[in-house]
Design a protein around this ligand. Structure first.
Ligand code: ATP
Length: 459
């Protein structure tokens, strides 16, 4: 379990410009968030690293950027119109709304989400489930609630009416472009299509900060394989997902695998393993890995009346590829990174230091440059060094306030190194470089700073 309460992370995130409540000016808008300057940079780093790791550095995966609004029949074919729903139940007393399976599981009923509605109603009675808010036991009947947001379009097609859905996952945009990719790219099985993009879910009980929100980003890969090879590919992908977690700096002891029992598998999945993370509020899903069989391509063949078969270039055998899907949430990655990196340290002078111990590759700001005082010629020299460094990586210049406060501010942003230009710099051309984690300072010749940082930031 994470060593610090979520509240410490939430308040640092707001105080330091990582994450603000959505529509703050208007009193907030439930379960929406704005990513401030450092949060936006951190998100960008996550997405850039993911794209580099899974697309640019591999020869078997190509990228895609599909639309959020897809033809409504896509969601009929995928099963989302009929099946993408949770059972909800309301407390008659305080009007709070809950996911029935979450209430039942908290009361000890295993696999509650597989129960038909009537059995859920009965189980709520049998287990004397209390409302977590007002402790009363007066419930409405359970009913299904589709998680897809709908919107109206002025023009979809003559036959379909004007209803459209905001996509609840990026995956379907990939499946419906599978044929375009086959026809235009020199891809050969096994190969993957990767996409990063927004998804929307009208969650019944969002919460735990940005863990469960209604608008979020997914980084997904649909990896197309010969169905006979699925088990081997599944294991390889599981390992690749662990490698990614280590690479971005999540401590391995906080990342675990959770196999979905057969009865709990989604309608499309033959095997699913979640990578769960020890968040401060409990161990919960970070990422998912699913074997989707040929379900999606088969459904889209039926609904679009178009063949989506693959022809093996050597044997000329024609078949529908099967799919392994590793899926990664951007917000959950960001939250796990914040929880993992956050630390509070008691210092010898009795004060407490908050610090985000991000790996340099993840840190939103790589280095900060300070003149010891806001005085010429210190500021001019500091500006010179700053402008050299900022053309290579994200850097900050800060000349205001006591130097100790400036260090503390950068510690809370997770900036790995701070460079201070002082009076010795003017004499001997050396600067101090302060390490965020050890707080140790070394002196370096100013012309060596760039190469020193390049080496140390690539760790
Ligand atoms: P959960 O069981 O937590 O609702 P899920 O199994 O429905 O999640 P998937 O459909 O597998 O989630 O979505 C893929 C990934 O998208 C998840 O592993 C997670 O990282 C992210 N994700 C899903 N729903 C949300 C949400 N409401 N808010 C933020 N991220 C989400």
């Amino acid at each position: 379990m994470s060593r610090h309460p979520l509240q410490s992370i939430v308040s640092l995130a707001k105080r330091r410009g990582f994450i603000y409540p959505g529509s703050d000016l208007y009193g907030g808008f439930a379960n929406t968030y704005s990513f401030g300057p450092y949060g936006a940079q951190l998100k960008k780093n996550i997405k850039d690293l993911w794209w580099r790791h899974f697309v640019e550095e591999r020869t078997d995966i190509v990228g895609l950027d599909g639309p959020i609004l897809l033809h409504p029949r896509v969601w009929q074919a995928s099963g989302h119109v009929d099946g993408f729903s949770d059972a909800l139940v309301d407390c008659k007393q305080c009007k709070s709304r809950f996911r029935a399976d979450h209430l039942l599981e908290a009361a000890g009923k295993f696999n509650a989400d597989t129960l038909p509605l009537q059995e859920m109603d009965q189980a709520i009675l049998d287990l004397a489930v209390e409302c977590p808010h007002c402790k009363k036991r007066e419930w409405t009947l359970c009913r299904h609630f589709n998680l897809m947001f709908t919107t109206q379009m002025s023009k979809v097609s003559n036959t379909e009416g004007s209803l459209a859905y905001l996509r609840p996952e990026t995956a379907q945009a990939i499946f419906i472009d599978f044929k375009n990719i086959l026809d235009t790219m020199r891809v050969k099985l096994p190969f993957g299509i990767a996409q990063i993009g927004k998804a929307f879910r009208n969650e019944i009980t969002p919460g735990n900060f940005i863990f469960r929100v209604i608008e979020f980003e997914q980084m997904e890969i649909e990896y197309f394989i010969d169905g006979a090879q699925w088990e081997k590919n599944f294991e390889v992908w599981l390992e690749s997902m662990h490698t990614w977690c280590r690479w971005i700096g999540l401590r391995p002891s906080c990342v675990h695998e959770k196999e979905h029992p057969k009865e709990q598998l989604s309608h499309y999945s033959k095997r699913t393993v979640d990578l769960v993370y020890d968040f401060p509020f409990g161990t919960s899903e970070l990422y998912g890995l699913a074997y989707r069989s040929d379900y999606d391509l088969r459904q889209h063949e039926i609904y679009s009346h178009q063949a989506l078969t693959y022809t093996d270039p050597e044997t000329k055998a024609k078949y529908l590829p099967h799919v392994i899907e590793p899926t990664f949430g951007v917000e959950r990655t960001l939250l796990a990174l914040l929880c993992d990196a956050f630390d509070e340290e008691s210092l010898a002078d009795g004060s407490t230091r908050s610090v985000l111990r991000f790996l340099p590759r993840i840190a939103p700001v790589k280095a900060a440059v300070f003149p010891l005082m806001k005085k010429e010629p210190l500021t001019a020299r500091a500006q010179e060094i700053f402008s050299t460094l900022r053309s290579h990586f994200v850097c900050e210049y800060d000349a205001s306030g006591a130097i100790g406060k400036r260090y503390r501010r950068q510690d809370e942003l997770g900036t790995p190194y701070c460079i201070t230009i002082d009076f010795d710099t003017l004499q001997d051309g050396t600067v101090t470089v302060r390490d965020r984690d050890t707080m140790e300072q070394i002196r370096l010749a100013d012309h060596k700073i760039l190469s020193w940082l390049q080496t140390h930031l690539s760790r």
